[in-house]
Design a protein around this ligand. Structure first.
Ligand code: NDP
Length: 395
Protein backbone atom coordinates (compact mmCIF):
# COMPACT_ATOMS: atom_id res chain seq x y z
CA UNK A 1 0.00 0.00 0.00
CA UNK A 2 1.36 3.39 -0.99
CA UNK A 3 1.01 6.17 1.51
CA UNK A 4 2.25 9.12 -0.51
CA UNK A 5 1.40 12.54 0.95
CA UNK A 6 -2.02 13.80 0.02
CA UNK A 7 -2.41 15.93 -3.13
CA UNK A 8 -1.36 19.57 -2.91
CA UNK A 9 -4.66 20.66 -4.50
CA UNK A 10 -6.67 19.96 -1.31
CA UNK A 11 -8.78 22.65 0.27
CA UNK A 12 -10.61 22.82 3.61
CA UNK A 13 -7.37 22.77 5.55
CA UNK A 14 -6.03 19.93 3.47
CA UNK A 15 -8.61 17.33 4.47
CA UNK A 16 -10.80 17.24 1.35
CA UNK A 17 -10.01 16.73 -2.33
CA UNK A 18 -10.54 19.78 -4.58
CA UNK A 19 -12.88 17.72 -6.77
CA UNK A 20 -14.16 14.16 -7.15
CA UNK A 21 -15.28 11.55 -9.69
CA UNK A 22 -17.85 8.91 -8.67
CA UNK A 23 -18.08 5.79 -10.82
CA UNK A 24 -21.29 3.80 -10.32
CA UNK A 25 -23.04 6.93 -9.03
CA UNK A 26 -26.59 5.53 -9.31
CA UNK A 27 -25.79 2.57 -7.04
CA UNK A 28 -25.99 2.13 -3.30
CA UNK A 29 -22.38 3.15 -2.54
CA UNK A 30 -22.28 5.70 -5.38
CA UNK A 31 -25.28 7.58 -3.99
CA UNK A 32 -23.74 7.58 -0.52
CA UNK A 33 -20.51 8.96 -2.00
CA UNK A 34 -22.54 11.77 -3.58
CA UNK A 35 -24.13 12.50 -0.18
CA UNK A 36 -20.63 12.87 1.28
CA UNK A 37 -19.61 15.14 -1.61
CA UNK A 38 -22.73 17.27 -1.09
CA UNK A 39 -22.18 17.49 2.66
CA UNK A 40 -18.64 18.81 2.14
CA UNK A 41 -19.42 20.80 -1.03
CA UNK A 42 -16.85 18.88 -3.12
CA UNK A 43 -17.33 19.72 -6.83
CA UNK A 44 -17.89 16.73 -9.11
CA UNK A 45 -15.82 16.19 -12.24
CA UNK A 46 -17.51 13.02 -13.42
CA UNK A 47 -20.36 10.70 -12.48
CA UNK A 48 -21.07 7.41 -14.28
CA UNK A 49 -23.66 4.64 -14.51
CA UNK A 50 -24.63 1.80 -16.84
CA UNK A 51 -28.27 2.01 -17.99
CA UNK A 52 -30.20 3.93 -15.31
CA UNK A 53 -31.00 7.09 -17.30
CA UNK A 54 -33.71 8.33 -14.92
CA UNK A 55 -31.40 7.99 -11.95
CA UNK A 56 -28.52 9.72 -13.75
CA UNK A 57 -30.63 12.59 -15.00
CA UNK A 58 -31.83 13.33 -11.46
CA UNK A 59 -28.30 13.06 -10.03
CA UNK A 60 -26.79 15.20 -12.80
CA UNK A 61 -29.33 17.97 -12.27
CA UNK A 62 -28.72 17.89 -8.53
CA UNK A 63 -24.92 17.48 -8.41
CA UNK A 64 -23.97 19.37 -11.60
CA UNK A 65 -20.89 17.33 -12.61
CA UNK A 66 -18.79 18.45 -15.61
CA UNK A 67 -19.17 15.02 -17.30
CA UNK A 68 -21.68 12.14 -17.22
CA UNK A 69 -20.79 8.79 -18.78
CA UNK A 70 -23.18 5.88 -19.32
CA UNK A 71 -21.41 2.57 -20.06
CA UNK A 72 -24.38 1.72 -22.27
CA UNK A 73 -24.38 3.69 -25.55
CA UNK A 74 -28.15 3.83 -26.01
CA UNK A 75 -28.61 5.09 -22.46
CA UNK A 76 -25.97 7.76 -23.12
CA UNK A 77 -27.85 9.02 -26.19
CA UNK A 78 -31.05 9.27 -24.19
CA UNK A 79 -29.29 11.07 -21.32
CA UNK A 80 -27.57 13.46 -23.71
CA UNK A 81 -30.95 14.56 -25.10
CA UNK A 82 -32.41 14.97 -21.63
CA UNK A 83 -29.46 17.05 -20.35
CA UNK A 84 -29.25 19.35 -23.42
CA UNK A 85 -30.16 22.40 -21.35
CA UNK A 86 -27.47 21.85 -18.68
CA UNK A 87 -24.06 22.26 -20.33
CA UNK A 88 -22.99 18.87 -18.90
CA UNK A 89 -20.98 16.77 -21.38
CA UNK A 90 -22.50 13.29 -21.80
CA UNK A 91 -20.56 10.37 -23.27
CA UNK A 92 -21.33 6.68 -23.84
CA UNK A 93 -19.51 3.34 -23.90
CA UNK A 94 -16.86 1.58 -21.85
CA UNK A 95 -13.94 3.09 -23.79
CA UNK A 96 -15.34 6.61 -23.27
CA UNK A 97 -15.65 5.84 -19.55
CA UNK A 98 -11.91 5.07 -19.23
CA UNK A 99 -10.94 8.00 -21.51
CA UNK A 100 -13.02 10.44 -19.46
CA UNK A 101 -11.54 9.19 -16.18
CA UNK A 102 -8.09 10.04 -17.62
CA UNK A 103 -9.22 13.35 -19.08
CA UNK A 104 -10.78 14.76 -15.89
CA UNK A 105 -7.82 13.50 -13.79
CA UNK A 106 -9.63 13.99 -10.45
CA UNK A 107 -7.51 14.09 -7.29
CA UNK A 108 -9.76 11.29 -5.97
CA UNK A 109 -11.97 8.82 -7.86
CA UNK A 110 -14.50 6.62 -6.04
CA UNK A 111 -15.00 3.35 -7.93
CA UNK A 112 -18.42 2.00 -6.87
CA UNK A 113 -19.15 0.12 -10.11
CA UNK A 114 -20.65 -3.34 -9.66
CA UNK A 115 -18.76 -6.46 -10.67
CA UNK A 116 -15.91 -7.19 -13.07
CA UNK A 117 -17.00 -4.18 -15.16
CA UNK A 118 -15.11 -2.09 -12.59
CA UNK A 119 -11.70 -3.50 -13.55
CA UNK A 120 -10.78 -1.39 -16.61
CA UNK A 121 -12.01 1.83 -14.94
CA UNK A 122 -9.84 0.90 -11.92
CA UNK A 123 -6.83 0.48 -14.20
CA UNK A 124 -7.59 3.85 -15.82
CA UNK A 125 -7.62 5.48 -12.34
CA UNK A 126 -4.45 3.69 -11.31
CA UNK A 127 -2.63 4.90 -14.44
CA UNK A 128 -3.14 8.51 -13.24
CA UNK A 129 -1.18 7.99 -10.02
CA UNK A 130 -3.86 9.87 -8.04
CA UNK A 131 -6.04 8.47 -5.23
CA UNK A 132 -8.50 5.64 -5.85
CA UNK A 133 -11.22 5.14 -3.21
CA UNK A 134 -12.04 1.53 -4.07
CA UNK A 135 -15.42 0.01 -3.32
CA UNK A 136 -15.46 -2.32 -6.35
CA UNK A 137 -13.97 -5.38 -4.62
CA UNK A 138 -14.28 -7.48 -7.80
CA UNK A 139 -11.36 -5.45 -9.22
CA UNK A 140 -9.01 -6.98 -6.65
CA UNK A 141 -10.60 -10.43 -6.82
CA UNK A 142 -10.11 -10.59 -10.60
CA UNK A 143 -6.75 -8.84 -10.96
CA UNK A 144 -5.33 -7.99 -7.53
CA UNK A 145 -1.65 -8.66 -8.39
CA UNK A 146 -1.80 -6.67 -11.58
CA UNK A 147 -3.63 -3.68 -10.05
CA UNK A 148 -1.16 -3.56 -7.16
CA UNK A 149 1.85 -3.71 -9.50
CA UNK A 150 0.44 -0.86 -11.62
CA UNK A 151 -0.35 1.22 -8.52
CA UNK A 152 3.22 0.77 -7.33
CA UNK A 153 4.53 2.02 -10.68
CA UNK A 154 2.33 5.13 -10.80
CA UNK A 155 2.23 5.96 -7.05
CA UNK A 156 -1.56 5.58 -6.99
CA UNK A 157 -2.92 5.35 -3.45
CA UNK A 158 -5.63 2.70 -3.19
CA UNK A 159 -7.75 3.46 -0.12
CA UNK A 160 -10.37 0.79 0.62
CA UNK A 161 -14.03 1.78 0.92
CA UNK A 162 -15.37 -1.70 1.72
CA UNK A 163 -16.25 -1.31 5.41
CA UNK A 164 -14.15 -4.25 6.65
CA UNK A 165 -11.07 -3.16 4.69
CA UNK A 166 -11.53 0.46 5.70
CA UNK A 167 -11.56 -0.82 9.29
CA UNK A 168 -8.43 -2.94 8.79
CA UNK A 169 -6.70 -0.02 7.06
CA UNK A 170 -7.47 2.14 10.11
CA UNK A 171 -6.37 -0.57 12.60
CA UNK A 172 -3.07 -1.04 10.75
CA UNK A 173 -2.03 2.42 11.85
CA UNK A 174 -1.61 1.03 15.39
CA UNK A 175 1.57 -0.93 14.59
CA UNK A 176 4.18 -1.91 11.99
CA UNK A 177 3.41 -4.28 9.15
CA UNK A 178 5.98 -6.77 10.50
CA UNK A 179 4.12 -6.78 13.84
CA UNK A 180 0.80 -8.01 12.39
CA UNK A 181 -0.11 -11.55 13.44
CA UNK A 182 -3.53 -11.89 11.81
CA UNK A 183 -6.48 -10.02 10.41
CA UNK A 184 -9.88 -10.66 11.97
CA UNK A 185 -12.36 -10.05 9.16
CA UNK A 186 -15.83 -9.68 10.63
CA UNK A 187 -18.99 -10.85 8.88
CA UNK A 188 -22.62 -10.28 9.78
CA UNK A 189 -23.19 -13.88 8.64
CA UNK A 190 -26.12 -12.71 6.52
CA UNK A 191 -29.78 -13.57 7.10
CA UNK A 192 -29.21 -17.35 6.98
CA UNK A 193 -26.29 -17.76 9.37
CA UNK A 194 -28.19 -20.18 11.64
CA UNK A 195 -29.71 -22.35 8.87
CA UNK A 196 -28.63 -25.89 8.00
CA UNK A 197 -27.75 -26.88 4.44
CA UNK A 198 -31.21 -28.51 4.13
CA UNK A 199 -32.96 -25.34 5.33
CA UNK A 200 -30.93 -23.28 2.85
CA UNK A 201 -32.59 -25.27 0.02
CA UNK A 202 -35.90 -23.62 0.94
CA UNK A 203 -34.91 -19.93 1.06
CA UNK A 204 -36.49 -17.54 -1.40
CA UNK A 205 -35.18 -14.51 -3.30
CA UNK A 206 -37.12 -12.23 -0.96
CA UNK A 207 -35.50 -13.88 2.10
CA UNK A 208 -32.05 -13.42 0.54
CA UNK A 209 -32.62 -9.73 -0.21
CA UNK A 210 -33.49 -9.00 3.41
CA UNK A 211 -30.06 -8.27 4.95
CA UNK A 212 -30.15 -7.91 8.76
CA UNK A 213 -27.70 -5.00 9.20
CA UNK A 214 -26.69 -3.37 5.86
CA UNK A 215 -28.81 -1.75 3.11
CA UNK A 216 -26.93 -2.57 -0.11
CA UNK A 217 -27.34 -3.28 -3.84
CA UNK A 218 -29.10 -6.57 -4.73
CA UNK A 219 -26.02 -8.46 -5.94
CA UNK A 220 -23.86 -7.83 -2.86
CA UNK A 221 -26.86 -8.56 -0.62
CA UNK A 222 -27.10 -12.04 -2.19
CA UNK A 223 -23.30 -12.41 -1.97
CA UNK A 224 -23.59 -11.63 1.75
CA UNK A 225 -26.26 -14.30 2.18
CA UNK A 226 -24.10 -16.97 0.45
CA UNK A 227 -20.88 -15.79 2.22
CA UNK A 228 -19.34 -15.34 -1.25
CA UNK A 229 -18.99 -11.69 -0.30
CA UNK A 230 -16.87 -12.69 2.69
CA UNK A 231 -14.79 -14.95 0.44
CA UNK A 232 -14.19 -12.02 -1.92
CA UNK A 233 -13.23 -9.89 1.05
CA UNK A 234 -10.62 -12.47 2.12
CA UNK A 235 -9.07 -12.17 -1.36
CA UNK A 236 -9.37 -8.38 -1.24
CA UNK A 237 -7.57 -8.31 2.15
CA UNK A 238 -4.76 -10.56 0.90
CA UNK A 239 -4.07 -8.11 -1.94
CA UNK A 240 -4.62 -4.83 -0.11
CA UNK A 241 -2.58 -5.69 2.95
CA UNK A 242 -0.01 -8.16 1.56
CA UNK A 243 -0.88 -10.95 3.99
CA UNK A 244 -1.19 -14.69 3.40
CA UNK A 245 -4.71 -16.12 3.07
CA UNK A 246 -4.23 -18.10 6.27
CA UNK A 247 -3.54 -14.88 8.19
CA UNK A 248 -7.08 -13.69 7.39
CA UNK A 249 -9.59 -15.20 9.86
CA UNK A 250 -13.33 -14.73 9.38
CA UNK A 251 -15.32 -14.00 12.55
CA UNK A 252 -19.13 -13.91 12.35
CA UNK A 253 -20.32 -10.90 14.35
CA UNK A 254 -24.07 -10.48 13.77
CA UNK A 255 -24.36 -6.91 15.15
CA UNK A 256 -21.96 -5.44 12.49
CA UNK A 257 -20.54 -2.94 14.98
CA UNK A 258 -16.92 -4.12 14.92
CA UNK A 259 -16.08 -3.75 11.23
CA UNK A 260 -12.86 -5.80 11.52
CA UNK A 261 -9.74 -5.97 13.68
CA UNK A 262 -6.00 -6.55 13.51
CA UNK A 263 -4.21 -8.87 15.90
CA UNK A 264 -0.60 -7.93 16.63
CA UNK A 265 2.31 -10.16 17.71
CA UNK A 266 1.91 -9.08 21.37
CA UNK A 267 -1.70 -10.42 21.15
CA UNK A 268 -3.16 -6.90 21.31
CA UNK A 269 -6.25 -6.74 19.07
CA UNK A 270 -7.09 -3.33 17.59
CA UNK A 271 -10.62 -2.99 16.24
CA UNK A 272 -12.65 -0.26 14.52
CA UNK A 273 -16.27 0.27 15.58
CA UNK A 274 -19.11 2.46 14.34
CA UNK A 275 -22.75 2.20 13.39
CA UNK A 276 -22.92 0.41 10.00
CA UNK A 277 -22.78 3.32 7.51
CA UNK A 278 -20.85 3.31 4.22
CA UNK A 279 -20.70 7.10 4.24
CA UNK A 280 -18.09 6.89 7.00
CA UNK A 281 -15.95 4.57 4.86
CA UNK A 282 -16.29 6.77 1.77
CA UNK A 283 -15.48 9.92 3.71
CA UNK A 284 -12.41 8.39 5.36
CA UNK A 285 -11.12 7.33 1.93
CA UNK A 286 -11.46 10.97 0.83
CA UNK A 287 -9.97 12.61 3.92
CA UNK A 288 -7.28 10.07 4.95
CA UNK A 289 -4.99 10.65 6.82
CA UNK A 290 -7.29 13.29 8.30
CA UNK A 291 -10.80 12.95 9.75
CA UNK A 292 -13.72 15.36 9.55
CA UNK A 293 -17.18 15.44 11.14
CA UNK A 294 -19.62 13.73 8.76
CA UNK A 295 -23.06 12.25 8.23
CA UNK A 296 -22.61 9.06 10.30
CA UNK A 297 -24.53 9.07 13.61
CA UNK A 298 -22.55 8.44 16.82
CA UNK A 299 -22.21 4.92 18.19
CA UNK A 300 -24.12 4.34 21.43
CA UNK A 301 -22.58 1.23 22.99
CA UNK A 302 -25.14 1.21 25.83
CA UNK A 303 -28.03 0.81 23.38
CA UNK A 304 -26.21 -2.09 21.69
CA UNK A 305 -25.49 -3.93 24.91
CA UNK A 306 -23.87 -7.18 23.79
CA UNK A 307 -21.55 -8.04 20.91
CA UNK A 308 -21.43 -11.69 19.75
CA UNK A 309 -18.84 -13.69 17.83
CA UNK A 310 -19.07 -17.19 16.28
CA UNK A 311 -17.10 -19.07 13.62
CA UNK A 312 -18.56 -19.22 10.09
CA UNK A 313 -20.92 -22.13 9.47
CA UNK A 314 -19.72 -25.09 7.37
CA UNK A 315 -23.04 -24.98 5.47
CA UNK A 316 -21.64 -22.24 3.18
CA UNK A 317 -19.11 -23.69 0.70
CA UNK A 318 -18.19 -20.47 -1.13
CA UNK A 319 -16.09 -19.08 1.73
CA UNK A 320 -13.65 -22.06 1.76
CA UNK A 321 -13.75 -22.01 -2.05
CA UNK A 322 -12.48 -18.42 -2.02
CA UNK A 323 -9.51 -19.45 0.14
CA UNK A 324 -8.79 -22.25 -2.34
CA UNK A 325 -9.08 -19.85 -5.31
CA UNK A 326 -6.63 -17.29 -3.90
CA UNK A 327 -4.17 -20.05 -2.96
CA UNK A 328 -4.36 -21.43 -6.53
CA UNK A 329 -3.96 -17.87 -7.79
CA UNK A 330 -3.59 -16.69 -11.39
CA UNK A 331 -6.95 -16.65 -13.15
CA UNK A 332 -8.81 -18.85 -10.64
CA UNK A 333 -10.19 -15.94 -8.55
CA UNK A 334 -11.38 -14.34 -11.84
CA UNK A 335 -13.16 -17.62 -12.65
CA UNK A 336 -14.71 -17.64 -9.16
CA UNK A 337 -15.97 -14.07 -9.61
CA UNK A 338 -17.38 -14.59 -13.11
CA UNK A 339 -19.15 -17.84 -12.16
CA UNK A 340 -20.66 -16.06 -9.17
CA UNK A 341 -21.84 -13.09 -11.28
CA UNK A 342 -23.62 -15.50 -13.65
CA UNK A 343 -25.15 -17.58 -10.85
CA UNK A 344 -26.33 -14.57 -8.81
CA UNK A 345 -27.85 -12.91 -11.89
CA UNK A 346 -29.77 -16.17 -12.56
CA UNK A 347 -30.90 -16.31 -8.92
CA UNK A 348 -32.03 -12.65 -9.03
CA UNK A 349 -34.02 -13.51 -12.18
CA UNK A 350 -35.53 -16.49 -10.31
CA UNK A 351 -34.07 -19.00 -12.80
CA UNK A 352 -32.22 -20.98 -10.12
CA UNK A 353 -32.60 -21.55 -6.39
CA UNK A 354 -30.35 -20.28 -3.61
CA UNK A 355 -28.20 -23.40 -3.18
CA UNK A 356 -27.83 -23.70 -6.97
CA UNK A 357 -25.51 -20.70 -6.65
CA UNK A 358 -23.17 -22.94 -4.62
CA UNK A 359 -23.34 -25.71 -7.23
CA UNK A 360 -22.77 -23.46 -10.28
CA UNK A 361 -19.85 -21.61 -8.71
CA UNK A 362 -18.12 -24.68 -7.21
CA UNK A 363 -18.48 -26.72 -10.43
CA UNK A 364 -17.24 -23.89 -12.66
CA UNK A 365 -14.15 -23.38 -10.51
CA UNK A 366 -13.47 -27.14 -10.47
CA UNK A 367 -13.60 -27.25 -14.27
CA UNK A 368 -11.23 -24.31 -14.68
CA UNK A 369 -8.55 -24.72 -11.99
CA UNK A 370 -5.95 -24.96 -14.79
CA UNK A 371 -6.41 -21.21 -15.34
CA UNK A 372 -3.99 -20.57 -12.46
CA UNK A 373 -1.29 -19.50 -14.95
CA UNK A 374 -3.21 -16.42 -16.21
CA UNK A 375 -1.44 -13.13 -15.45
CA UNK A 376 -2.08 -10.32 -17.96
CA UNK A 377 -5.29 -8.29 -18.21
CA UNK A 378 -6.08 -10.06 -21.50
CA UNK A 379 -5.58 -13.51 -19.97
CA UNK A 380 -7.65 -12.61 -16.89
CA UNK A 381 -10.47 -11.25 -19.04
CA UNK A 382 -10.33 -14.50 -21.08
CA UNK A 383 -10.72 -16.46 -17.81
CA UNK A 384 -13.72 -14.27 -17.02
CA UNK A 385 -15.37 -14.96 -20.43
CA UNK A 386 -14.61 -18.68 -20.30
CA UNK A 387 -16.03 -18.99 -16.77
CA UNK A 388 -19.19 -17.12 -17.77
CA UNK A 389 -19.70 -19.56 -20.67
CA UNK A 390 -19.11 -22.63 -18.45
CA UNK A 391 -21.34 -21.29 -15.66
CA UNK A 392 -24.15 -20.59 -18.16
CA UNK A 393 -24.18 -24.29 -19.16
CA UNK A 394 -24.60 -25.26 -15.49
CA UNK A 395 -27.67 -23.12 -14.74
P1 NDP B 1 -25.34 -1.29 -7.06
O1 NDP B 1 -25.85 -2.43 -7.85
O2 NDP B 1 -26.22 -0.62 -6.09
O3 NDP B 1 -24.76 -0.16 -8.08
C1 NDP B 1 -23.85 -0.49 -9.07
C2 NDP B 1 -23.43 0.72 -9.88
O4 NDP B 1 -22.56 0.27 -10.94
C3 NDP B 1 -24.61 1.44 -10.56
O5 NDP B 1 -24.30 2.80 -10.70
C4 NDP B 1 -24.63 0.76 -11.93
O6 NDP B 1 -25.26 1.54 -12.95
C5 NDP B 1 -23.14 0.61 -12.21
N1 NDP B 1 -22.87 -0.46 -13.15
C6 NDP B 1 -23.43 -1.70 -13.16
N2 NDP B 1 -22.96 -2.42 -14.20
C7 NDP B 1 -22.10 -1.62 -14.86
C8 NDP B 1 -21.33 -1.78 -16.03
N3 NDP B 1 -21.34 -2.92 -16.75
N4 NDP B 1 -20.53 -0.75 -16.43
C9 NDP B 1 -20.51 0.41 -15.73
N5 NDP B 1 -21.23 0.63 -14.63
C10 NDP B 1 -22.02 -0.37 -14.19
O7 NDP B 1 -23.99 -1.81 -6.34
P2 NDP B 1 -23.44 -1.44 -4.88
O8 NDP B 1 -23.36 0.03 -4.71
O9 NDP B 1 -24.13 -2.25 -3.86
O10 NDP B 1 -21.97 -2.04 -4.97
C11 NDP B 1 -20.97 -1.43 -5.78
C12 NDP B 1 -19.61 -2.07 -5.45
O11 NDP B 1 -19.29 -1.76 -4.10
C13 NDP B 1 -19.62 -3.60 -5.55
O12 NDP B 1 -18.35 -4.01 -5.98
C14 NDP B 1 -19.86 -4.06 -4.12
O13 NDP B 1 -19.32 -5.33 -3.88
C15 NDP B 1 -19.10 -2.99 -3.36
N6 NDP B 1 -19.57 -2.76 -1.99
C16 NDP B 1 -20.87 -2.38 -1.78
C17 NDP B 1 -21.32 -2.13 -0.50
C18 NDP B 1 -22.72 -1.63 -0.25
O14 NDP B 1 -23.03 -1.26 0.90
N7 NDP B 1 -23.59 -1.60 -1.23
C19 NDP B 1 -20.45 -2.33 0.68
C20 NDP B 1 -19.10 -2.68 0.32
C21 NDP B 1 -18.69 -2.89 -0.97
P3 NDP B 1 -26.86 1.36 -13.24
O15 NDP B 1 -27.54 1.91 -12.03
O16 NDP B 1 -27.07 2.16 -14.47
O17 NDP B 1 -27.08 -0.10 -13.42
Amino acid sequence: MNTVPYAATDKSDGALPASLSVLGATGSVGRQALEVAEEHKIPLDLITANTDVNGMEALARKCKPRFCVMADDLAARDLSTRLRDTGITVRGGEAALCETIREVNSPVTVNAILGEAGLLPTLACVSLGRRLALSNKETLVVAGELVKAEAKKTGCEIIPVDSEHSAIFQCLHAGQKSEVKSILLTASGGPFRNLTREQLEQVTLQDALDHPTWKMGAKITVDSATLMNKGFEVIEAVHLFDVSPDAVRVVVHPESIIHSAVEYIDNAVVAQLSVPDMRLCVQYALTYPRRLPGLTPPLDLFSIGALNFVPPSAAFPLLPLAYRAIKLGGGVPAVLNAANEVAVAAFLNEKIGFTDIFRVVCDTVEKLTARRSAKTVGELLDCDSEARAVAATLL
